[in-house]
Design a protein around this ligand. Structure first.
Ligand SMILES: C[S@@+](CC[C@H](N)C(=O)[O-])C[C@H]1O[C@@H](n2cnc3c(N)ncnc32)[C@H](O)[C@@H]1O
Length: 245
């Protein structure tokens, strides 16, 4: 009898939890929409170049936008703990300050993930996710990206330089985070190697970081011709365009 009551209590709790949690899915897109908006407005960049936390009016003036809608966006960003809100002085207005998370929304720099967020939240990339159930039901046979855009990701990139630019920048964000960690923990692996060929290397960020840390290595940066044509030039790296398939 006691067990039955405890079980019902648990079910009721689950029901209550579900009533609240379902709203997370109704408006689940809001978080990414607001973060994308923060990157596009350059909120983190404005605070960074100001050099200290900013009031709403300072921020709206720097971003040249209306303080009222900006305030609403800042409320969400503070709620998400992306920016911090703190009192400037005891009587002064509140100010918005950076956090380690907001610094990842900077448009450039070592830890920037802005391009990756803009890529994955772009209409081009999101369009594929809308076809997920059709792919699982077998109504779509090709990869969803191909079905939606009429060509695969790489051919689409060749015909859309803006998309390729964003894609390459997104990959570089990842390389700037991952490669230093690999070098730091596995430097032994690279000792004794003369040449490394990075196949599908993008614009060469990973190889640049690698040859900088291991100057005895010569790099070959291999990728599709339209990608290699905008790759970084680096003394000990040869950029080679081609098709690995
Ligand atoms: C996921 S990205 C990886 C980028 C890179 N490794 C980095 O970390 O920045 C895959 C790369 O493979 C390249 N790629 C795709 N198909 C290719 C092919 N057939 N031949 C050569 N490169 C190709 C793309 O252009 C893209 O740069």
């Amino acid at each position: 009898m006691e067990d039955k009551q405890r079980e019902l209590g648990g079910e009721e709790k689950e029901e209550e939890h579900a009533k609240v949690k379902i709203w997370k899915y109704v408006f689940g897109f809001v978080e990414i929409a607001v973060v994308k908006c923060a990157i596009e407005l350059g909120i983190a960049d404005a605070i960074e170049s100001h050099g200290s936390p900013m009031t709403l009016l300072e921020l709206s003036s720097a971003l040249r936008c209306d303080p009222s809608p900006l305030y609403r966006i800042m409320r969400v960003l503070v709620h998400l703990k992306i920016f911090k809100e703190k009192p400037a002085t005891q009587l002064g207005p509140k100010v918005y300050a950076q956090t380690p998370l907001s610094k990842r929304l900077l448009k450039s720099g070592q830890n920037s993930m802005a391009a990756f967020i803009l890529l994955e939240s772009s209409p081009v990339m999101l369009a594929s996710w809308h076809g997920l159930s059709a792919r699982i039901q077998g109504n779509i046979r090709n990869p969803v990206f191909e079905e939606v855009h009429g060509e695969d990701l790489w051919s689409f990139g060749a015909a859309n330089p803006d998309h390729t630019k964003l894609f390459n920048e997104a990959m570089a964000c990842d390389a700037r985070v991952v490669v230093p960690a690999v070098i730091e923990s596995c430097i032994e692996v690279f000792k004794g190697l003369d040449t490394i060929v990075d196949v599908g290397a993008g614009t060469g960020t990973a190889l640049c970081l690698l040859v900088e840390a291991c100057p005895w290595i010569r790099g070959i940066n291999f990728d599709l011709p339209h990608v290699v044509s905008v790759a970084q030039e680096y003394d000990s790296i040869e950029n080679v365009g081609g098709d690995m398939c």
